[in-house]
Design a protein around this ligand. Structure first.
Ligand code: GDD
Ligand code: MN
Length: 360
């Protein structure tokens, strides 16, 4: 068969020192097989791409896919999966935690056409060595897996694993329905097509060779909003869910400032105005970090974005304050209820307009 039979896709971010060892381990694990490896790098500041380029110059099984101005494990993996030549595609981490020796057992059922997707499941329930995965992280992974199964409607031991193989035709058929699942590509693939035949192979999750994990609190946030979005069958997009949760946090900022200002000034309208401004500012900063992270504003654009957001919000704030004041005066001077009514009106308006104007 001309071209490579198996394409290994490795998303990388700051993995410069892990590239050569991994290529060596792949070569040792796949003797006699026709394979290529695509490193999909998000322009890592540590020069990972340069290392890949150097290796690929002397080994034509090694390819570099370079992405610019965007970050994301799943997005990078999708780019690699789309660019690969193999009939069978395998995604794995570039830090040594996924043993290349497992690949053969992943691709075997695919080549025999007995399955469409085969994933390598970490043995989480037996408790992993703390040098591999901190106990907290193991527990979080287990909870994440349980929640994922709720969304999936299938019983999968480790839907959050980053190590799996898929037939190219199967991948191409689900690719158009994939969202931005952050770290969780397998979960998104399995939940996008319930007819995919899936199998799992247990494996020993290893320790990282060099560098550190990129799973941070933002990745966890992305996962939580993704799951909630999936629970609505994707009808409510993850971005709106994120915006609503941020808005919810704004309620606390709002109420805290409201009561402080109310105590200080005694004027409800003035206090409600101040509280709304504080909440708008905190919402803007959080949305910039969380909801619209991929379009994040920085420096001068952060300032102009804030002005635009204020402008968009001022219409909302006007409606907010007048509606809340009206409610306050007429429905028994209950500041809490009045404030909530104002905020609800405000939030909807802001999501629709700001996603078009501020973070376009
Ligand atoms: N291109 C690109 N862009 N690659 C990335 C990015 C990114 O933004 N973030 C992480 N990676 C690459 C890393 O360089 C590494 O090769 C691989 O993706 C896994 O990232 P780690 O940072 O090592 O993840 P982990 O070990 O904490 O998480 C593991 O467990 C998760 C389940 O809890 C991985 O196996 C994940 O794939 C898995 O979802
Ligand atoms: Mn890792």
């Amino acid at each position: 068969m001309p071209g490579s039979e198996i394409s290994i896709i490795v998303p990388t971010y700051n993995e410069a020192r892990n590239i050569e060892p991994l290529v060596g381990r792949l070569a040792a694990a796949l003797p006699g097989l026709d394979w290529e490896v695509l490193f999909v790098d998000d322009n890592s500041p540590d020069g990972t791409a340069d290392v890949v380029r150097a290796v690929s110059r002397r080994d034509d099984r090694v390819r570099l896919v370079l992405r610019f101005a965007d970050r994301g494990l799943a997005k990078a993996s999708i780019q690699g999966l789309l660019s690969a030549n193999g009939e069978v595609l395998c995604v794995m981490d570039g830090d040594g935690q996924h043993d290349p020796a497992v690949i053969e057992s992943l691709i075997e059922p695919l080549r025999k056409a007995e399955a469409d997707v085969v994933s390598a499941a970490r043995r989480l329930s037996v408790g992993l060595d703390a040098s591999v995965l901190a106990p907290v992280r193991t527990r979080l992974s287990l909870i994440g897996n349980r929640l994922s199964n709720l969304v999936l409607g299938r019983d999968v031991a480790d839907p959050l694993t980053g190590f799996f193989a898929i037939r190219r035709d199967a991948f191409l058929s689900v690719a158009p329905s994939l969202g931005d699942p952050g770290f969780k590509l397998l979960l998104d693939i399995l939940s996008s097509d319930h007819k995919l035949r899936h199998r799992e192979v247990p494996f020993d999750f290893g320790a990282r060779m060099h560098g550190e994990s990129k799973l941070d609190s933002f990745v966890a946030w992305q996962f939580a909003t993704y799951l909630l979005s999936r629970l609505t069958n994707g009808i409510v997009p993850a971005s709106l869910i994120s915006f609503l949760i941020v808005g919810g946090s704004g309620v606390f900022v709002h109420l805290a400032v409201l009561y402080l200002a109310l105590a200080a000034t005694g004027s409800f309208a003035l206090s409600q105005g101040l509280a709304a401004l504080a909440a708008v500012t905190s919402n803007f900063l959080l949305n910039n970090r969380l909801t619209f992270r991929d379009r994040r504003l920085k420096g001068i654009r952060l300032a102009s974005g804030y002005l635009k957001f204020l402008l968009v919000s001022s219409v909302g704030v006007l409606a907010n304050v007048s509606f809340a004041s009206f409610t306050y005066e007429n429905i028994g001077h209950i500041a809490f209820v009045a404030a909530l009514a104002g905020i609800a009106l405000d939030t909807l308006w802001k999501f629709v307009i700001s996603s078009r104007i501020v973070w376009k």
